[in-house]
Design a protein around this ligand. Structure first.
Ligand code: PMP
Ligand code: GLU
Length: 397
């Protein structure tokens, strides 16, 4: 019997970051000596006091449903964080707690999009954005940036991409996969365009704590009431507190948008884990020193990786300002024979590197950046050295 399945869902491609990570883990499990730079998740352990809060929640019997959009205690902790870190005043009714920032983003698009609404996505983009927009019947409109502009778009470019159907812009600073950060001045100009054209700004700030050197993070929502009303701030616990598996993300927005998302979530998943929510309260309200330790380590790994890549003939990269990824430019090795095979694309480069030298990297194609390959430096220095040694040997003529 043949039954037609959902055309929309069938058009969604699998997450390349998660697929490569799964493949890498499978190879490791079968005893192969693979070095993985696939999924970006901090390799640090979740800090002790956060784990203790979860254990206490379990022991106290805090193991039942909570309000679908999250506990009041966690919403208050999020409000305090947004005020202290980002100078943004929100009330608990503006906050929705979800199962990771990924889920928050899916909620956002289902709350703001109608069929055919266009969402501007600057490329290189995080792999999931276009698919999330499509799932909500929206149309992704890709705004291409270049390495020459530091992978940033200008207000003029943004204006050029706006049509009567444009509903929103996705902003991800610090960026996955490029690590670039928009300055306050650039953000204020982007905010002006968004206000002028009445666009929602979906501001994914999940890497806000992972900024290096003298770089700082600023939320676009902080440039006044008009842009704040148009912005939906998305953030979460995964990257700042090494809590990827706990699945807690959140949004801050106008209360009417929060209400729609809460309603959708109440039917889709109900509340995120009560135990993880208790842990998230401890993460936000407790000591923050683990972030500095992670940052210090990430920053020296980045320095090492960037130096080594730029020393390899044919390969190059910019110095990322935040997050924990490096976009490596491989355009100069395309068309060349590498270890017995002509390599014509970043996909072929990654597939061949995995097969021949057992290094798992993510091709730029999934990020809207053909000609590039993404490394994650959320892995030990030992692995980073090993991976770079292997890639250096791999591309050697
Ligand atoms: N946004 C970006 C840019 C990311 O890299 C990630 C990492 N997966 C997420 C959102 C979602 O993170 P999580 O669902 O683990 O909170
Ligand atoms: N955000 C991480 C990455 O880009 C985790 C994997 C995912 O959720 O896509 O690798």
């Amino acid at each position: 019997m043949s039954m037609e399945l959902s055309k929309k869902s069938m058009s969604i491609s699998p997450s390349p970051t998660l697929s490569i990570d799964a493949k890498y883990k499978e190879m490791i499990a079968s005893g192969m000596d693979v070095v993985g730079f696939g999924a970006g998740e901090p390799d640090f352990d979740t800090p002790r006091h956060i784990k203790d809060a979860a254990i206490e929640a379990i022991n106290k019997g805090f193991t039942k449903y909570t309000p679908a959009s999250g506990t009041l205690e966690l919403k208050k902790a999020v409000c305090k964080k947004l005020l202290d870190d980002n100078s943004l005043a929100y009330a608990p009714s503006d906050i929705v707690i979800s199962n990771g920032a990924k889920h928050s983003l899916v909620n956002v698009f289902s709350a703001i999009l109608n069929p055919g609404d266009e969402v501007i996505i600057p490329a290189p983009y995080w792999v999931s954005y276009p698919e999330m927009v499509k799932l909500a019947d929206g149309v992704p409109v890709i705004l291409q940036t270049t390495e020459e502009s530091g992978f940033k778009f200008t207000p003029k470019q943004l204006k050029g991409a706006i049509t009567p159907k444009t509903k929103a812009l996705i902003l991800n600073s610090p960026s996955n996969p490029t690590g670039m950060i928009y300055t306050e001045q650039e953000l204020s100009q982007i905010a002006d365009v968004a206000v002028e054209h009445n666009l929602f700004v979906v501001s994914d700030e999940i890497y806000e704590k992972l900024v290096y050197d003298s770089n700082t993070h600023c939320s676009i929502a902080s440039f006044g009431e008009e842009i704040k009303a148009l912005t939906i701030v998305v953030n979460g616990m995964s990257k700042s507190y090494a809590m990827t598996g706990w699945r807690i993300g959140y949004t801050a927005s106008r209360p009417e948008i929060a209400k729609i998302m809460a309603n959708v979530q109440s039917h889709a998943t109900s509340n995120p884990s009560s135990i993880s929510q208790a842990a998230a309260v401890a993460a936000l309200n407790g000591p923050q020193d683990s972030i500095d330790l992670m940052k210090k380590e990430f920053s020296s790994r980045r320095d090492y990786m960037v130096r080594r890549i730029n020393e390899i003939p044919g390969l190059s990269c910019l110095n990322p300002q935040g997050a924990f990824y490096v976009m490596m430019n491989i355009k100069n090795v395309l068309g060349r024979e590498i270890k017995g095979k002509i390599i014509n694309s970043c996909d072929e480069f990654c597939a061949h590197a995995l097969e021949v030298c057992r290094v798992a990297l993510v091709p730029g194609s999934g990020f809207g950046a053909p000609g590039y390959v993404r490394w994650s430096y959320a892995t030990s220095m030992e692995n980073i050295k090993k991976g770079l040694d292997r890639i250096e040997e791999f591309v050697k003529e």
